[in-house]
Design a binder for this molecule. Structure first.
Ligand SMILES: Cc1cc2nc3c(=O)[nH]c(=O)nc-3n(C[C@H](O)[C@H](O)[C@H](O)COP(=O)(O)OP(=O)(O)OC[C@H]3O[C@@H](n4cnc5c(N)ncnc54)[C@H](O)[C@@H]3O)c2cc1C
Ligand SMILES: NC(=O)c1ccc[n+]([C@@H]2O[C@H](COP(=O)([O-])OP(=O)(O)OC[C@H]3O[C@@H](n4cnc5c(N)ncnc54)[C@H](OP(=O)(O)O)[C@@H]3O)[C@@H](O)[C@H]2O)c1
Length: 243
């Protein structure tokens, strides 16, 4: 494994546990939606974890969006990095949560929980979704309204007629956001109503984040007649689990 040494230019703290690291000096080619392993040396051992790129490939400053898992070996240390600190970045980005793997469709649905919004922010800042889909729906489900991060980017995306943003806040009531969870809102039609588009055969759906949401979300989509996408057996559902 080859490692690059990146330099932190900024570590933005959105809440006590959510942070975004911006890193330079680590030139990497990747496709929007992919991830890379980032690492620190801890007591002589390199501790590495996968992180999705938030930045689009054309942006030379890499960006990663993380949550502190208090008992986790790496995320609390990443949250404490500051400008000028160095971290290791693997030279081989990877992953199949990329538009080049998807079929043509009318609507692209990007369903995320928590930090699972990261790869979609990269994809949405490339030209591909706007060239390939008439409508693009970004769904972000979080526990509390303060975790609805990256509102500057989302505001700029709202300038596009094709774009719809549907936030969910599950643990407090928040006007302008749906309550509850994504799978239930697929099942009872609230998500389609909020997005103004049908979740039907002419959709491509990407899901990213909490593995329980991926499982329940897929079950709700299968019940609507959509099917899992595989290279040899094309369908509409593509997932990436963060743990
Ligand atoms: C393909 C891929 C892409 C990923 N991209 C990101 C990303 O962009 N941002 C990010 O924060 N994490 C991402 N992760 C998770 C990341 O690799 C680490 O697991 C996470 O940063 C915690 O690391 P840790 O060493 O502190 O704890 P770990 O030992 O890795 O995890 C401990 C536990 O924390 C929980 N957990 C892990 N990751 C998350 C998370 N993101 N949100 C909520 N709970 C979590 C799970 O219950 C897990 O079992 C990704 C994982 C994969 C497989
Ligand atoms: N977010 C924080 O501020 C915070 C603070 C301290 C530590 N952490 C660490 O991060 C971990 C998780 O944090 P997180 O809030 O980013 O992620 P999360 O638990 O995945 O919650 C994000 C959203 O996903 C929803 N969700 C959970 N399970 C689902 C399912 N089966 N189907 C559909 N939706 C589902 C949650 O709804 P519900 O609310 O209904 O579960 C919530 O709206 C914690 O266990 C902890 O280790 C996070």
């Amino acid at each position: 494994m080859n490692w690059l040494s990146g330099r932190v230019v900024e570590n933005r703290h959105w809440t006590e546990s959510l942070f975004s690291l911006r890193v330079e000096d680590a030139p990497l080619g990747f496709q929007a939606g992919q991830f890379v392993r980032i690492a620190l040396d801890v007591e002589g051992q390199r501790v590495a974890r996968a992180f999705s790129f938030v930045n689009p490939p054309q942006d030379p400053v890499l960006e990663f969006y993380g949550v502190v898992v208090p008992e986790g070996p790496l995320s609390p240390l990443l949250a404490r990095l500051g400008a000028g600190d160095r971290l290791f970045i693997a030279s081989n980005p990877a992953g199949f949560l990329v538009l080049s793997e998807l079929q043509e469709a009318e609507t692209l649905w990007l369903l995320s929980t928590g930090t699972g919004i990261a790869p979609f922010l990269s994809i949405l800042r490339t030209d591909a979704p706007w060239k390939r889909y008439r409508k693009v729906v970004l769904v972000h489900a979080v526990r509390f309204a303060r975790e609805l991060v990256y509102q500057e980017i989302i505001s700029s995306l709202k300038a596009r007629d094709a774009f719809t943003y549907v936030p969910f806040v599950s643990r407090e009531s928040q006007s302008g956001s749906l309550a509850g969870r994504i799978p239930a809102a697929i099942a009872d039609g609230r998500l389609e109503q909020a997005a103004g588009a049908p979740l039907a055969a002419r959709s491509q759906v990407m899901l990213c984040g909490n593995p329980a949401m991926l499982q329940d979300g897929q079950a709700a989509l299968l019940a609507r007649g959509l099917k899992k996408h595989r290279r040899r057996s094309p369908g509409q559902i593509t997932v990436e689990s963060f743990w």
